[in-house]
Design a protein. Structure first.
Length: 133
C-alpha cells in the first residue's frame, strides 16, 4: 500500500512542479523539467514506488496485490486536494467510499494461495534433460 501512496504523491509532485513553472500568458514551461527540483523528486519517488510494488509480488500473489492498487485513486484525490488545491465534491467522497468498500470485499473474499518462489520453479531436477531409450 505504501508503494501505491508514494506513486500518487510522486505524480502530484510532478504536476505541482509543472504548474509552478508555467508562464500564465502563453502556457509554456519557463524552465526545463530536468531543472525543476520537485519534478525530479517526483520522478525518483515514482521509480521507488515501482520497485516497491514489484517487490510486493515476491511476498504475495498478484490477485492479492492488485486490489490494493485502487489505493492510488484514493491517495491521488487527497494529494490533489492538499497539494494542487483541487476541490473535493460529494461525488468524489461517494466514489472513495465505494472503492474502499469494494477493495475490502475483494480482500475478505480472496482465497489465499501460497506464492511460488522463483527458486522453487528452477529446481535442479527440472533443468536436467531426460533421455528415454
Amino acid at each position: 500500500m505504501l508503494g501505491a501512496v508514494i506513486m500518487a504523491g510522486a505524480l502530484n509532485l510532478q504536476k505541482y512542479s509543472l504548474n509552478n513553472h508555467r508562464d500564465e500568458s502563453s502556457g509554456d514551461q519557463t524552465k526545463s523539467v530536468w531543472k525543476q527540483r520537485w519534478w525530479i523528486i517526483g520522478l525518483l519517488l515514482y521509480i521507488l514506488s515501482g520497485v516497491m510494488l514489484s517487490s510486493a509480488l515476491l511476498f504475495a500473489t498478484q490477485s492479492q496485490v492488485s486490489p490494493l492498487m485502487s489505493i492510488v485513486i484514493v491517495a491521488n484525490v487527497l494529494f490533489a486536494h492538499f497539494l494542487l488545491a483541487e476541490p473535493i465534491d460529494s461525488r468524489d467522497i461517494v466514489a472513495i467510499i465505494i472503492i474502499v468498500a469494494a477493495v475490502c470485499k475483494l480482500i475478505i473474499d480472496l482465497e489465499v494461495f501460497e506464492p511460488i518462489m522463483f527458486s522453487q520453479v528452477l529446481q535442479p531436477s527440472l533443468l536436467r534433460f531426460q533421455i528415454n531409450p
